[in-house]
Design a protein around this ligand. Structure first.
Ligand code: GAR
Length: 203
């Protein structure tokens, strides 16, 4: 069994699509949903779908090993960020190197970086007079939105488009492509557990 953890800060529509995508698969599951936001709707979505949730604060995330240890003890092989707003700390980046991905609602490397989230991104794209936008799925490193790009899908911006209308098309594309890309990458991991899991098993 390959185990996925999803980090999300808000609504969690992508998290829900990913959880649902794997519910009928016997060899891959979403084992845990984590959030920095106690009020995030993603927590309700996960609970409804019977996925355990874990909420942490800034202190726990950046100044302790708690989140790292929960991921390790759950046997997590792969980490998916889906509308998660904080940088991932080094202990987790090291433990799951090349196994953490994020989705961004624009064509990176443009319109990424700190504070570029949700409708702010679409507003910036419109103000810049871009002819097209889209979604980017990329590996996560220690900087916002700068890891290697894995997948992009683009579409034309139409006259009269608003941040809301763009957000709607972005979400449709994300819901279609993110679960498929996650599945492909998890299958490419091949056999064996994650490195942390291996260390734990030797203890
Ligand atoms: C998604 O559109 C995702 O691309 C974006 O947040 C939204 C979360 O929606 N992420 C970022 O902007 C990251 N910088 P959801 O909570 O409904 O899945």
């Amino acid at each position: 069994m390959k185990r996925i953890a999803i980090f999300a800060s808000g609504s969690g529509s992508n998290a829900q699509k990913i959880i649902e995508h794997f519910t009928d698969k016997s060899d891959i599951e979403v084992s845990l949903v984590l959030s920095n936001n106690n009020d995030a709707y993603v927590l309700e979505r996960a609970s409804t779908l019977n996925v355990p949730v874990y909420v942490f604060d800034r202190q726990i995330f950046y100044k302790s090993n708690q989140v790292h240890d929960i991921l390790r003890d759950t046997g997590v092989d792969f980490i998916v960020l889906a509308g998660f707003l904080w940088l991932v700390p080094n202990n987790i980046l090291r433990g799951w190197q090349g196994r953490i991905i994020n989705i961004h609602p624009a064509l990176l490397p443009k319109f990424g970086g700190k504070g570029m989230y949700g409708d702010k991104v679409h507003q910036a794209v419109i103000e810049a007079g871009e002819k097209e936008t889209g979604i980017s799925i990329h590996y996560v490193n220690e900087k916002y939105d700068e890891g290697e790009i894995i997948f992009q899908y683009r579409f034309n911006i139409l006259a009269g488009d608003t941040p809301e209308s763009i957000a709607e098309r972005i979400h449709q594309l994300e819901h279609k492509h993110y679960p498929e890309v996650v599945e492909r990458l998890v299958r490419e991991l091949g056999g064996g557990g994650n490195r942390e899991q291996g260390i734990r098993n030797k203890e």
